[in-house]
Design a binder for this molecule. Structure first.
Ligand SMILES: *Cc1c(COP(=O)(O)O)cnc(C)c1O
Length: 473
C-alpha cells in the first residue's frame, strides 16, 4: 500500500495544466505552455507583507479621525456579527414567503427611518448618498412630467457638496447656483431672484456644509412651495438634528439618509453603502420598485407602483448594510438623541478652544462640524492649510477635510463625531494649538511635514495627471 510519504501531493504533486489537458475540454492552443511565473513565497512571507501594508494605513482603530463632512466613523463590531447571521444568507431570488424575516427587517427599518425623518414613504434601494440624490431628483423629475409641468432647473447653494449639482445634472436638470450670505446661510434675496416657473426644486443640507443651521429653512420652504417647487434634503448631516427636528417639519419633500453617516454602517472605501430615500405622501407613487410592503399577514415586494421611476439597484439594495443600521437603531433606542447631542457638543467644544489660534470665518454656535481656516498662518508664516493637515499625520491623527467647502479660503473642516471622549478631544486641541505656535516659531518644520510617514511629499499634480498603474515585480 502507498504510504503517506509516497502520495503525490503538495505543490509538485498537482500539475493543473496537465489535469486540464487530460480533461481535454479546452482547445490546445488556449492552454498555457509556460509557467505563469508567480512569486514563490511562503504563507508567512505573504501574511507579513499584507500586515505591513495594513499597518501603513491609518484607521479609526488607530486614532482620532476628525474628517469633516464624512460624519460617523464608528462601526460597532457587533454589527458585523449580526449582519453575518446564517439566516440572512439566502438567495435574493427566493420567493417572498421564504424570506419573511428579511422582508420584515427591511420593513421595520423603513418604518424607523420614517419615524426619524417624519416622512411618509421610503425606499431602501439606493446604495450611497449620491445614489439617493439621483433617485430623489429622478422622482422629482417624474413627478413634474406626470403632472404636466415642464420644470428644468434646480437651485443649489454655493456651499453644497459637489454630489448635489452632479446628481441634479444627471437627472436632467440645469443647475442654478445661489450664494450664501455673511452668516454662511442661504441668501433669501438670491433665492428669490433665482426663482421662476422653471424651477423644479432646491437641494439643501441642514445644517449646511459649514456646520451651520439654516435658520430660515421654513421661510425657504414657503417660498419654494408657493412657487410650486419642491425641496430636496441632503441628509448627510442628519446626525446633527436627529431626534430634535426633522426634514418634514422643516418643509422638505424628498430626503436621503446616508446610513454610513448616521446609523453606524461602514463608509467602505466607496464600497457598498446605503442612501435610503424617503418622500412625502404625494411622491409615494414615484418611488423605485419593488417597494417593501405588508398586507397585515405577510411581507412582500410590491411591484405595483403607479408612476415608479423603476428600479435603481438590483434586488432590494445592500441588505447586509441595512441589517447593521437596524441593529444600531435597536441598540441605541433613546440614546440616538444622545448621539446627536454629543456630535454637536464635541464640535462646539473644539471650535471654542481653537478660535483664538485659527481664523473662524463664521463665529456662531455650530452643529456637528465647523470650519476654521489656515488663512492667518498662510499670511503671517507662509504655511498653508495643506501643511497643517500634513503635520497632523505625524501626530497619529487623521487630517480634517481641507479646502472644502469651496466658499471658504484655506478651509479646515473639523468633525469630531459623537463617539470620542474628552481626553481624545483635548489631545487634538492641544496638538492643533501646538501646530499654530510652531507655524510662528519653526515654520520650516511644518512646511517639511510629514516627518514620520513612509512616503513624504508626493507630487500630487503628476500623480493625478499621469498615474503610474503598473505593477513592478
Ligand atoms: C457625504 C456627503 C454626500 C455624498 O454621500 P455619499 O454617501 O458619499 O455618496 C452628499 N452630501 C453631503 C453634504 C455629504 O457630506
Amino acid at each position: 500500500m502507498e504510504t503517506i510519504f509516497e502520495k503525490s501531493n503538495g505543490a509538485d504533486g498537482i500539475n493543473l495544466s496537465n489535469e486540464i489537458k487530460n480533461i481535454n475540454f479546452l482547445p490546445g492552443n488556449l492552454l498555457r505552455t509556460k509557467s505563469v511565473g508567480l512569486p514563490q513565497l511562503s504563507e508567512l512571507d505573504v501574511m507579513r507583507h499584507y500586515k505591513e501594508l495594513s499597518d501603513l494605513n491609518f484607521c479609526i482603530e488607530k486614532g482620532f479621525y476628525p474628517l469633516g463632512s464624512c460624519t460617523m466613523k464608528y462601526n460597532p463590531k457587533v454589527n458585523e456579527l449580526l449582519s453575518s447571521l446564517d439566516g440572512f444568507n439566502i438567495h435574493p431570488n427566493v420567493k417572498d414567503e421564504d424570506a419573511q424575516g428579511i422582508l420584515k427587517l427591511m420593513y421595520n427599518l423603513g418604518k424607523a427611518l420614517l419615524e426619524v425623518t417624519g416622512m411618509d414613504a421610503v425606499t431602501l434601494q439606493p446604495s450611497a448618498g449620491a445614489h439617493g440624490e439621483l433617485t430623489g431628483m429622478m422622482i422629482i423629475r417624474k413627478y413634474f412630467d406626470t403632472i404636466g409641468e415642464k420644470r428644468t432647473k434646480v437651485i443649489i447653494p454655493d456651499s453644497a457638496h459637489g454630489t448635489n449639482p452632479a446628481s441634479a445634472k444627471m437627472a436632467g436638470f440645469d443647475i442654478v447656483e445661489i450664494k450664501s450670505d455673511e452668516k454662511g446661510q442661504v441668501d433669501i434675496n438670491a433665492l428669490k431672484a433665482a426663482l421662476d416657473s422653471d424651477v423644479a426644486a432646491i437641494m439643501m443640507t441642514n445644517p449646511n456644509t459649514l456646520g451651520i443651521f439654516e435658520e430660515n429653512v421654513k421661510e425657504i420652504s414657503d417660498i419654494m412651495h408657493s412657487n410650486g417647487s419642491l425641496l430636496y434634503y441632503d441628509g448627510a448631516n442628519f446626525n446633527a438634528i436627529m431626534g430634535y427636528t426633522n426634514p418634514k417639519l422643516m418643509g422638505f419633500d424628498v430626503v436621503h439618509l446616508n446610513l454610513h453617516k448616521t446609523f453606524s454602517t461602514p463608509h467602505g472605501g466607496g464600497g457598498p453603502g446605503a442612501g435610503v430615500v424617503a418622500v412625502v405622501d404625494k411622491l409615494k407613487d414615484y418611488l423605485p420598485k419593488p417597494f417593501i410592503d405588508f398586507n397585515g399577514e405577510k411581507y412582500f415586494r410590491n411591484y405595483d407602483i403607479k408612476h415608479s421611476i423603476g428600479s435603481v439597484k438590483d434586488f432590494c439594495g445592500n441588505f447586509s448594510v441595512l441589517v447593521r443600521a437596524y441593529a444600531y437603531i435597536l441598540m441605541m433606542g433613546k440614546n440616538l438623541k444622545h448621539a446627536t447631542e454629543n456630535a454637536v457638543l464635541n464640535a462646539n467644544y473644539i471650535k471654542e478652544k481653537l478660535k483664538k489660534y485659527y481664523n473662524l470665518p463664521y463665529d456662531e454656535p455650530c452643529m456637528h462640524e465647523f470650519v476654521i481656516t489656515g488663512e492667518k498662518q498662510k499670511e503671517e508664516n507662509g504655511v498653508s492649510t495643506l501643511q497643517i493637515a500634513k503635520t497632523l499625520m505625524d501626530e497619529n491623527t487623521h487630517p480634517p477635510t481641507v479646502y472644502f467647502p469651496l466658499i471658504v479660503h484655506e478651509a479646515i473642516m473639523i468633525e469630531p463625531t459623537e463617539s470620542e471622549n474628552k481626553q481624545v478631544l483635548d489631545e487634538f486641541i492641544n496638538t492643533m494649538i501646538r501646530i499654530a505656535k510652531e507655524c510662528k516659531t519653526n515654520p520650516q518644520k511644518v512646511l517639511d511635514a510629514p516627518h514620520t510617514t513612509p512616503v513624504k511629499k508626493i507630487d500630487e499634480v503628476t500623480a493625478a495627471r499621469h498615474p503610474d498603474l503598473n505593477f513592478k515585480g
